[in-house]
Design a binder for this molecule. Structure first.
Ligand SMILES: Nc1nc2c(ncn2[C@@H]2O[C@H](COP(=O)(O)OP(=O)(O)OP(=O)(O)O)[C@@H](O)[C@H]2O)c(=O)[nH]1
Ligand SMILES: [Mg+2]
Length: 461
């Protein structure tokens, strides 16, 4: 699980940039640095004060080839990211110097770091727990302020604390059971029984609150996939452009303008949306458009959120009504566009079909109603719960699964308690619940899962 070698990687993205950083971690870090670094006067440097940037050059020790002008810093274990000796070489941010220096570092005895290996070491050395380590990747990939806040909260341990809080309750219950099993041959006494039930209900509530956060958490981490669907010419592409505040999609008064799916990332009040503008749905003989319409139907099925758009000035047809029927059971919004024109729709009939789904009247031509639409999108993402930085969120499927599993075991335990089953049974269920929770923080996680998690990291982190 843990290889002892000193590892190295390029930690900055490959491309052209002001600076690029090569990171080295492990026992030999400083030795390697010493072998390739020279000071301004081309002297080897023996005395390295930790955490102090030093100006100099990287020089090939055998060929004396000068590779780049750099700043280098040595950080001494254990107060580093990996809790090992760590070196950073800041060189010019081009592919050639970065690759040449990395090659030289490897030549001097470092091994190429695997994806996420620095963070994996931070976890294995106890600097971060597993959910914190996972948050590092979320921090890097966050697309909006709110997603970033959630990742930062997880990195700071808000989720871990919540999980450990539940583990504490379970531990207390287990301790009670232990005592009861040890000291009494007879049935469990009423006081202990009461106590255990009371605690288990408290644990169950905490589990449920946490699991409720998973929907919003997933959206904040991965974005809400939002499909704009509707008949041709209703203004779908105009909406995409309005939300993006740029002329991304072609808009014309010719029905069937959009023929393929247009995908864009959008930030609405901090919520990342992956927005999909689709081909207007209609019967068509055009082969290309036909495929587009088929795709629109697929997008309609796959979206987390459906924006169904209608044109206020046109009577709805059968198909529109069919769509309205279907979205009743979906996370969906109905947008009535072109309210600047004379209205031909039967608003009451629409309302009676969609029930409590939000109907938003807008005019993209007159720039009216966008605010209300953004309010609605925000509300739908949080499902009315709002967002607080201090709140723990489940943002990844692995955590959700582990916590759901934990809840299931707890519920088994409660059932066993209520049915006055022998306490050993309850004990097994509670231990299972405790272990499932431990998968979140990494206390009880298997090596395969660990490998799998860090495989999704980038190199050099
Ligand atoms: N009067 C009026 N016209 C609008 C409004 N919004 C969009 N339009 C016009 O409606 C026409 C169609 O707009 P698009 O955005 O291309 O419609 P679409 O739904 O993407 O159409 P397809 O791609 O063909 O499915 C264009 O001429 C727009 O300028 C509105 O609020 N009022
Ligand atoms: Mg269009």
């Amino acid at each position: 699980m843990y290889r002892e070698e000193t590892i190295a990687a390029i930690s900055t993205p490959l491309g052209e940039g002001g600076i690029g950083i090569i990171k080295i971690s492990g026992d030999k870090s400083l030795e390697i640095l010493k072998s390739i670094f020279v000071t301004k006067g081309h002297k080897r440097k023996e005395d390295w004060e930790p955490r102090k940037m030093v100006y100099g050059y990287i020089l090939h020790p055998q060929t004396q080839e000068m590779i780049d002008e750099v700043l280098a810093v040595y950080m001494k274990a254990p107060n580093t990211y990996t809790k090992e000796d760590l070196v950073e070489i800041h060189c010019h941010g081009g592919m050639v110097p970065l690759r040449k220096i990395l090659a030289l570092v490897l030549e001097q005895g470092a091994a190429m770091a695997e994806k996420g290996e620095f963070t994996k070491r931070a976890f294995l050395n106890g600097r971060l727990d597993l959910s914190q380590a996972e948050a590092v990747m979320d921090l890097i990939s966050a697309k909006t302020d709110v997603s970033h806040d959630v990742a930062l909260g997880q990195f700071e341990g808000i989720l871990s604390q919540e999980v450990q809080g539940i583990q504490e309750i379970i531990k207390d219950m287990l301790a009670h059971i232990e005592v009861s099993i040890d000291f009494s041959e007879e049935d469990i006494d009423e006081v202990t029984m009461e106590h255990l039930l009371e605690k288990s209900i408290k644990a169950k509530e905490s589990f449920e609150t946490l699991l409720q956060s998973a929907k919003t958490g997933k959206i904040l981490r991965e974005g809400l996939v939002t499909g704009i669907v509707g008949k041709t010419n209703v203004g779908k592409s105009s909406l995409l452009n309005a939300l993006l505040r740029e002329n991304r999609a072609i808009v014309t008064d010719i029905p069937g303008t959009t023929r393929d799916v247009i995908e864009e990332q959008l930030n609405v009040r901090g919520i990342p949306l992956k927005i999909l503008d689709t081909a207007g749905i209609r019967d068509t003989e055009d082969a290309v458009e036909k495929i587009g319409v088929q795709r629109s139907r697929e997008i309609f099925q796959q979206s987390d959120l459906v924006i169904f758009m209608i044109d206020a000035s046109k009577k709805l047809d059968r198909e529109d009504y069919d769509f309205l029927e279907i979205i009743k059971d979906r996370r969906a919004l109905v947008i009535i566009n072109k309210t600047d024109l004379e209205e031909a729709i039967d608003l009451e009939r629409i309302k009676s079909i969609v029930g409590d789904k939000k109907l938003i009247r807008i005019s993209l031509l007159k720039n009216k109603g966008l605010e209300a639409l953004e309010d609605a999108l925000e509300e739908m993402a949080y499902e009315g719960d709002g967002f607080s930085k201090e709140q723990p969120f489940i943002t990844n499927a692995r955590h959700q699964q582990a916590i759901s599993q934990g809840l299931m075991s707890l519920e088994e335990g409660i059932k066993a308690l209520e049915n006055r089953m022998p306490l050993d049974f309850v004990e097994v269920d509670l231990k299972n619940a405790w272990e499932s929770l431990g998968e979140v923080t990494g206390d009880t996680v298997s090596e395969d899962i660990l490998d799998h998690i860090f495989e999704n990291f980038c190199i050099g982190k």
